[in-house]
Design a protein around this ligand. Structure first.
Ligand SMILES: [Zn+2]
Ligand SMILES: [Zn+2]
Length: 346
């Protein structure tokens, strides 16, 4: 066998090994199917807002709905996302549990499931393996389809070894329906059916779709400030409804920062709360982007600026794949390390 043949055989073996090693690879969309039977509760909850016609309206219910939405959105973004997926700050084991419990009250499956799939998203974003890329798989699949598919039910265990060593998190991950059920029960005990409906179920539907926009719309609609290899965008409206997650281009450019709004006008509610918690010593070592990272876009060439401008036009995501345009120069390795590298450091 010549050296060239051996190399090519090696490459094929590696590719096959990679494909079989990851049964959840998004590279073969033909395997992706919504499990309609298992998704019945998800669709039924979408019908529950109709029950509002049976309960006399009170403004108090709207206030409870909004509060329940934003409190849980904080736990989704500060817990599931910035802490468990990206380790953007540190905290005690006790508050880590509170973060996981609060995040799971959003009914978005287990904490290890959420964080491990999200780490995979950053590694493969908008590449064939990305299971919820709207540019490759469409809006419906990236918004809800992949979550309702049985194919991605399991956490990606090898991506979450750092937190899987805590038995209380493994327990919470397995019994992920406990926190939302307790939350619903508490709503009912405090405010009766009105609170359970508005603060529990209606708020839940809004919370699901508010969160899911970051997988779908924030890769389609908004402005791109930094050159990244994906289609992530910055979007003020999405930042408002997701406590700061709408600054998704910032985030994909440098993923392990506690703040995702990097400039004063980039509203980031979760970060403000984290700052407050840090004053009381509940969280600490919040990571921030370096100045040269934040202002990197100012030194882009005219061609790079033109490319970003074109990419910021709605529906122009395909341009990102154009290999003929100028890429971010590799002399300044400013992009965040991959999750695997983060694990090694810790
Ligand atoms: Zn993304
Ligand atoms: Zn992220």
């Amino acid at each position: 066998m010549t050296e060239q043949h051996a190399a090519s055989a090696n490459l094929t073996a590696n590719l096959t090994a990679n494909l079989t090693a990851d049964p959840m690879s998004g590279a073969d969309p033909k395997l992706d199917k919504v499990n309609w039977a298992k998704s019945v509760p998800f669709f039924l909850i979408h019908l529950t807002p109709l029950l509002a016609f049976l309960i006399p309206f009170k403004w108090e219910y709207v206030a409870v709905m909004v509060a329940s939405y934003y409190v849980r959105m904080f736990f989704v973004t500060a817990g599931y996302h910035r802490y468990f997926s990206h380790r953007a700050y540190q905290t005690s084991r006790f508050f880590q549990f509170i973060l996981a419990f609060g995040a799971e009250m959003s009914t978005q499956k287990g904490v290890l499931w959420w964080a491990s799939h999200h780490r995979h998203h950053h590694r493969e974003s908008d590449q064939p393996d990305d299971v919820h890329s709207p540019t490759l798989r469409g809006f419906w699949w990236s918004q809800v389809g992949w979550i309702l598919s049985s194919r991605y039910d399991e956490p990606r265990w090898k991506d979450i070894k750092d937190f899987a060593r805590f038995p209380e998190l493994v327990w919470l991950n397995k019994y992920y329906y406990v926190p939302p059920l307790l939350g619903m029960g508490a709503m009912y005990l405090i405010g009766g059916w009105g609170w359970a409906l508005w603060g529990g179920l209606i708020s839940q539907v809004l919370l699901w779709h508010g969160t899911f926009t970051i997988n779908s719309l924030s890769h389609v609609f908004g402005k791109r400030r930094y050159l990244t290899t994906d289609t992530s965008r910055n979007n003020f409206f999405l930042a408002l409804i997701t406590c700061g997650e709408g600054w998704h281009n910032n985030h994909h450019y440098h993923q392990n920062t506690a703040n995702q709004g990097w400039f004063w006008w980039e509203v980031d509610l979760s970060y403000y709360v984290l700052r407050l918690l840090s004053l009381f010593g509940i969280v600490w070592k919040l990571k921030h982007p370096e100045e040269q990272t934040k202002y990197r876009h100012l030194s882009y060439t005219a061609a790079q600026k033109r490319k970003l401008k074109l990419q910021s036009v709605f529906g122009q995501g395909a341009l990102l794949a154009d290999p003929t345009t100028e890429e971010e120069p590799s002399v300044l390795p400013l992009a965040a390390p991959a999750p695997a590298a983060l694990l090694k450091r810790s």
